[in-house]
Write a protein that binds this ligand. Structure first.
Ligand SMILES: [Zn+2]
Length: 104
């Protein structure tokens, strides 16, 4: 259990870098950004958008159809970091709107 969790975390770090490079500024980053979620049913990681991970309590594995229970403590770190990222995205888009409002 611990071994596969570590694998998933390393994988997600790399994915974040790749996704950030492709980031566009006028889209909802949380709906475009994806984060890998590890399926313990088939041992694979699948990409789901940040908004989906933050909103859903449960995902379905696209490969084996297993339930991916995001409330399970094994996903605690992934869900927490996704929510943190969304909070940052929401905050920076609010800052952007405020700046725009002041300059026009
Ligand atoms: Zn699976």
């Amino acid at each position: 259990m611990t071994g596969s969790r570590h694998q998933a975390l390393n994988f997600s770090g790399e994915a974040f870098v790749l996704e950030k490079e492709r980031m566009a500024c006028d889209v909802d980053t949380g709906a475009v950004f994806k984060h890998p979620v590890h399926c313990f049913g088939c041992g694979q990681a699948f990409y789901f958008t940040l908004r989906k991970i933050a909103a859903a309590k449960k995902l379905t594995c696209p490969l084996c159809g297993s339930d991916i229970n995001l409330t399970d403590e094994a996903y605690g770190f992934v869900v927490a970091s996704v929510k943190e990222t969304i909070a940052l995205i929401d905050q920076s888009s609010r800052d952007l709107q405020r700046t725009t409002a002041y300059t026009h």
